[in-house]
Design a protein around this ligand. Structure first.
Ligand code: PLP
Length: 418
């Protein structure tokens, strides 16, 4: 045994330093989590849009326990009762006449979309995929190449060929790069990692029209904004368009790892036996969890709750924006909201955490909020009070002459919770 066996010491010694974890969280219930010192936090990050039913939801826990004790994994060499049930539940809520392929993560789901585009396009001599600047699609070689952010690509050359980037919310920029080599366009209806940027309606509708005219596939990356997050089952449904396929993961299992693509009738049968596969894709356990999550969102009307609670939170954040000059904008959809600052957001993220609210700084200047879909008005109001307190403190330090270094901003403040 190492001399120092605290979690942090063990982590430093044995886990590759590709993450920089902060708190050690040991327990969760609903919208709350507790750290190893017993401190309680309102979790408005949900494991980055994953625990959409909150933590330890009794129905999800029961389903996972029951299925784990019955049959966890058999491989796709055999039917399992949950995989087609889950596929049916997804298709019924998205692309009529479609079919699913199951995998384990968002990157894998997008990788499947890219392979689908290649296989479908090969027959017509098309292979390129257009994606957007500031997008995020994953960390495999193909999906990091698809991602429209240079920082994830550095050091990984040579990158796979066949990706071009256009400007989000700018249809002309898509027209400029769309050629007879283009097989598909892949777009996030709300860019998450890129700073909680919703696509404009005219852009999404124009994109759908352009893809149809040019015979190009339209794919939506719903990994972060899908599964009820924006108040619709899927983000694209806010635009009244029908993509050819969508990628899902994160919230699909409510915390149990699972990814999927749903492909509409045009490409539903593109993958044939042997063209794509993964050992863990669609296990009975993962599919039972995801199916239960979908049933719970449906039974408890959580898309509607996401709309209502999203409006309440948006309202509260806009009140803060009206009070504090360093808040540039509040944007998002449903329960995917961003507070856009005119300066780096990390110190505010840290202060919110000290005050008992977990949110995430993203795209340098944005605080991203992703509360569970069953969040209550009381929890929203509590989070808003914490945001207001942290912002008031920050405004005071902005007004006062003092260190220019943002990270020094909150240093003098004592931990003081609302
Ligand atoms: C829109 C989007 N696509 C894909 C991914 C990658 O998902 P994963 O981390 O499960 O591979 C993410 C992760 O943040 C995402 O936000």
């Amino acid at each position: 045994m190492p001399k120092n066996n605290t979690t942090q010491a063990l982590h430093a010694q044995y886990v590759m330093p590709s993450y920089a974890p902060g708190l050690e969280l040991v327990r969760g219930r609903g919208a709350y989590v507790w750290d190893a010192d017993g401190r309680k936090y309102l979790d408005f990050l949900s494991g980055i849009a994953v625990t959409n039913l909150g933590h330890a939801h009794p129905r999800l826990v029961r389903a996972i326990r029951q299925q784990a004790g019955r049959l966890m994994h058999v491989s796709n060499l055999f039917y399992n009762e949950w995989q087609p049930r889950l596929a049916e539940a997804l298709v019924q809520r998205s692309l009529a006449g479609g079919k699913c392929f199951f995998c384990n993560s968002g990157a894998e789901a997008n990788e499947a979309l890219i392979k689908l585009a290649r296989l479908w396009g090969a027959k017509q001599g098309r292979h390129e995929v257009i994606t957007f600047h500031q997008s995020f699609h994953g960390r495999t070689l193909a999906t990091l190449t698809a991602t429209g952010q240079d920082k994830v690509k550095q050091g990984f050359a040579p990158l796979p060929a066949g990706f071009v980037h256009a400007t989000f919310n700018d249809l002309e920029s898509v027209r400029a790069v769309l050629t007879d080599q283009t097989a598909a366009v892949l777009v996030e209806p709300v860019q998450g990692e890129g700073g909680v940027r919703p696509a404009r309606t005219d852009f999404m509708r124009g994109l759908a029209r352009l893809c149809r005219e040019k015979g190009v596939l339209l794919f939506c990356d719903e990994v972060q904004c899908g599964m009820g997050r924006t108040g619709q089952w899927f983000g694209y449904q806010r635009y009244d368009i029908e993509p050819d396929a969508i990628a899902l993961a994160k919230g699909l299992g409510g915390g149990f790892p699972i990814g999927a693509i749903v492909a509409g009738p045009r490409v539903a049968d593109t993958f044939t036996v042997g063209t794509h596969a993964t050992t863990f894709g669609g296990t009975p356990l993962a599919c039972a969890a995801a199916w239960t999550l979908i049933e719970t969102i449906t039974d408890d009307d959580l898309c509607a709750n996401a709309v209502r609670m999203g409006e309440l939170f948006m309202d509260k954040l806009k009140q803060a924006a009206a009070k504090y000059g360093f808040i540039r904008e509040v944007r998002g959809a449903g329960l995917m909201l961003g507070l856009v600052l005119n300066q780096p957001a990390k110190p505010l993220e840290t202060r919110l955490r000290e005050l008992g609210l977990i949110a995430l700084a993203t795209a340098e200047t944005v605080i991203r909020f992703l509360p569970p879909l069953n969040v209550t008005a009381t929890e929203i109001r509590k989070a808003a009070r914490i945001v207001d307190k942290a912002c008031a403190e920050w405004q005071a330090t902005c007004d006062a002459p003092g260190p220019d270094d943002e990270s020094a901003r909150f240093k003098h403040l004592k931990l003081n919770r609302t």
